[in-house]
Design a protein around this ligand. Sequence first.
Ligand code: FEO
Length: 168
Amino acid sequence: MISDKMNKALNEQVNAELFSSYLYLGMSAWFSEKSLNGFASWMRVQAQEEMSHAMKIYNFILERGGNIQLTTIEKPESEWGSPLEVVQEVANHEAKVTGLVNDLVDVALEQRDHATNIFLQWFVTEQVEEEASVGDVLERAKMIGDDSAGMFALDMEMAKREFTEDEE
Ligand code: FEO
C-alpha cells in the first residue's frame, strides 16, 4: 500500500507524462506540416514513449493498491519559429521532467517507501538517456543553423528511430 502523499505525487506524474506525450504529438504534427518527416517520426516515437511512461506509473499505482486520479491535461504549445526552437523546447521540457522525477524520489525517501524508490530508479536512468539523446540532436541542429540542406540531411537520420519496448 502506498501513502496518500505518494499516491497523489505518482498521479501527478501520470499527468505530466501524458502532457509530454501530447506536447510531442503536437510537435510531430508541426514537423509533418513542414514536410520534415524524419523529425515528425522521431517526435511520434517520443510521444509513444511518454505514453508508455504514463502507463508504467499507472500500472504501478494499481499494483501497490493506490487509486488512479485522472485530471485535465494542459493544452500544449503548438507554434514554433524553427526546427531548432522545437528541439530546444524538447531539451528544456526533459530537464523539467528530470526535476519532477527527482522530486518524486524525494517524496519516496521521505515516506520511507523503498519499493517506490526502487521503481523510480528506472525513470532516473531513463532521464539521463533522454537528456543525452535530445542534447545530441540539439547540438547538431545548432551547428546546422539556417542551412536547409543540412536540416534535410539531419531529418533523414531522425527517421531511423523506431519505438521499441526496450525504450519504454
Ligand atoms: Fe517521460 Fe521524456 O520523460
